[in-house]
Design a protein around this ligand. Structure first.
Ligand SMILES: Nc1ncnc2c1ncn2[C@@H]1O[C@H](COP(=O)(O)OP(=O)(O)O)[C@@H](O)[C@H]1O
Ligand SMILES: [Mg+2]
Length: 243
């Protein structure tokens, strides 16, 4: 089976210093959830932005078998590659509904309406507040809105950048439970960026560990079900601080 996303030897450099990402290769099968784990500054967001076409990158990127390296960001969204950035980046002075409409600006009206209903079904917390300004939502609700906005654009591949950031553990669990529901109900593939292994384990099939812009380790979620194996991976790749 062709991989949905295939990244070979990806590098990202912002200036003359050390590159932010060096020689990163990974692939995502249709419907799979692949995690990129690493500390702050490891290069996780840079990989996501390179895949979305928001920063220039070297290397090979294929989506559904076709090269996307030269494709503008807007076109990648239309192809089904949708990035939900770190820090949520919803538009605070627009309503919840208007934010969702923005997510579907490339989608025909009827289809957009159908997807918005699906999102509001999935996140009843924000359905109650569709006509409120987005800045009035709690952090957890803003994260649901950011994910919801991504879903309205009809992704085949969702790039989720630290969805747990700044959320209380209970809300993290709620957001990840909803993501698990989406997974169960559709063939959506996800690249999940996180710093926290325990959170990531709730959703993913495979994990790549990043340090200094390079992939330094790989484990399947199945391998990490064993607590000793999990501790070993944390010690080897994330360091005590990230446990
Ligand atoms: N726009 C930018 N300009 C210059 N350097 C950047 C920029 N964005 C990120 N970097 C640098 O690239 C490295 C990786 O950053 P990033 O991809 O954001 O890591 P992560 O998401 O894992 O925290 C860091 O050293 C960071 O300072
Ligand atoms: Mg980041």
């Amino acid at each position: 089976m062709t991989d949905l996303l295939d990244i070979r030897d990806l590098s990202v450099a912002y200036g003359s210093g050390a590159p932010a990402v060096s020689g990163v290769s990974f692939s995502v099968a249709p419907g799979a959830v692949v995690a990129l784990l690493g500390a702050n500054g490891a290069g996780k967001s840079s990989i996501m932005k390179a895949v979305s076409g928001l920063v220039p990158a070297q290397g090979e990127m294929k989506f559904e078998g076709a090269s996307i390296g030269k494709m503008p960001a807007r076109k990648r969204v239309a192809q089904g590659i949708v990035y939900v950035p770190e820090g949520r980046e919803i538009v605070g002075n627009l309503t919840v509904r208007e934010n969702l409409v923005l997510g579907g600006y490339q989608v025909a009206k009827a289809e957009r309406r159908r997807r918005m209903e699906m999102v509001l079904d999935l996140f009843p917390e924000i359905a109650e507040k569709v006509d409120r300004s987005a800045w009035r939502l709690s952090g957890g609700e803003q994260q649901m809105l950011a994910i919801g906005r991504g879903l309205v654009s009809g992704p085949k591949l969702l790039l989720l950048d630290e969805p747990s950031l700044g959320l209380a553990p209970l809300l993290v669990r709620r957001v990840f439970d909803r993501l698990a529901t989406i997974r169960a109900e559709s063939n959506l593939a996800i690249v999940l960026v996180e710093q926290n292994l325990a959170v990531t384990m709730r959703l993913c099939d495979e994990l790549h560990f990043l340090r200094g812009g390079r992939i330094v380790g790989f484990r399947t979620a199945k391998e990490l079900k064993d607590p000793a194996a999990r501790q070993e991976a944390v010690d080897a790749y994330l360091g005590a601080a990230a446990a």
